[in-house]
Write a protein that binds this ligand. Structure first.
Ligand SMILES: NC(=O)c1ccc[n+]([C@@H]2O[C@H](COP(=O)([O-])OP(=O)(O)OC[C@H]3O[C@@H](n4cnc5c(N)ncnc54)[C@H](OP(=O)(O)O)[C@@H]3O)[C@@H](O)[C@H]2O)c1
Length: 319
């Protein structure tokens, strides 16, 4: 398995399993099949509402001795309703309980957007906390304490633009080990990747296959779904592989980790094989030309008229 070395000394398997949209009943089957196929890196989150089911599978594999804890790399994420300092530790403890683990390898702030603690998804204006990057820094300092206590091995961020990341990086005592952002041939994130490389932050690409099963409310009918893109299809034919494997291999060649989601054993195996797919420089350059800045998961449901947050606040870099 290809790996990336993290600034905290941990080793991140470059291909992991995404678990968003993996519903109850599917999650256990998918994670069990992924472990059997050789996956050791799992991307979880409280808001995916499947951690308890996934935890049953981890427990089964660990307690039967089929795998050792040190072989696994488990990520989870703090949801937007638990950013206040007093909510962070209970959120981590709940995830640990559900996943049946003593520590997480990586814990991310899922979004820089904060909700009140009484809701998963705000329906009313008063359920949003106002935008405040200092609150995010306070959340970070609370997570740092949990690193010192041994509950978290590494901490990081997700859905952060460069200027916000830079501000937090400056304030942090424990630097972010990983940034998880949307990253695929349509949204290549080159400047953000360069900044992360300069500051020893590893990058994990979410939606690396273009999130073809993303929810209807964030779908744009005008988009050619990534896996149907003719350039990826042509390169798949040239290399005797598939568009999915090509999209993953392209990110891996840039030293970006990928966390494709699948519930199908044949897709799980195919995605893992992307680690050994070689793309020539000219094939990679053809993929580079697909960059069009298309963000598929842009947080627009959190930026409705009722919300104090905007897409501009989320994504447009200041200086
Ligand atoms: N931090 C964040 O805010 C954030 C946001 C989004 C996602 N994520 C993480 O990133 C993970 C991946 O992103 P994603 O789930 O949105 O999308 P994705 O992994 O880009 O795409 C998932 C879709 O691709 C299909 N697929 C998987 N392997 C395939 C293959 N070999 N050939 C053809 N189709 C294939 C899946 O279908 P089948 O299941 O039928 O195989 C599913 O429809 C998530 O699951 C989650 O863990 C994080």
């Amino acid at each position: 398995m290809r790996t990336l070395s993290l600034s905290n000394g941990s080793v991140l398997p470059a291909i992991g399993l995404g678990t968003w949209k993996t519903t109850r009943g599917e999650a256990a089957v998918a994670v069990d099949a992924a472990l059997a196929a050789g996956y050791r890196h799992f991307d979880c989150a409280t808001i995916y509402k499947n951690e308890a089911e996934i935890g049953e599978v981890f427990h089964h594999w660990l307690s039967s001795g089929r795998i050792r804890r040190e072989e696994l790399f488990i990520t989870s994420k703090l949801w937007n309703n638990a950013h206040l300092a007093r909510h962070v530790r209970p959120a981590v403890e709940r995830t640990l309980r559900e996943l049946q683990l003593d520590f997480l390898d990586l814990y991310l702030i899922h979004w820089p957007i904060s909700f009140s603690s009484d809701c998963d998804h705000p329906k009313r204006a008063e359920q949003y906390l106002p935008p405040d990057d200092n609150r995010l820094i306070a959340t970070w300092h609370t997570m740092e304490k949990l690193v010192r206590k041994g509950l978290l091995r590494g901490i990081g961020l997700s859905n952060c633009k460069r200027s916000r990341l830079q501000e937090l990086f400056t304030a942090a005592d424990i630097k972010p080990a990983v940034l998880q952002v949307e990253c695929h041939p349509y949204l290549q994130q080159r400047q953000l990747l360069d900044w992360c490389r300069e500051n020893s932050i590893a990058v994990t690409a979410f939606a690396p296959l273009g999130s073809g099963d993303r929810p209807e409310n964030i779908r744009n009918a005008n988009v050619i779904e990534l896996l149907n893109n003719p350039v990826l299809q042509k390169i798949a034919t040239e290399t005797g592989s598939t568009p999915a494997a090509v999209a993953l291999a392209w990110n891996l060649a840039r030293d970006v980790a990928v966390i494709p989601k699948s519930i199908h054993p044949e897709h799980l195996r195919e995605n893992l094989k992307a680690a050994s797919l070689y793309l020539s420089l000219s094939q990679r350059k053809r993929i580079d030309q697909l960059n069009c800045g298309l963000r598929l998961i842009d947080g627009s449901p959190f930026c409705s008229k009722k919300s104090p947050y905007s897409l501009d606040w989320l994504w447009t870099d200041t200086a």
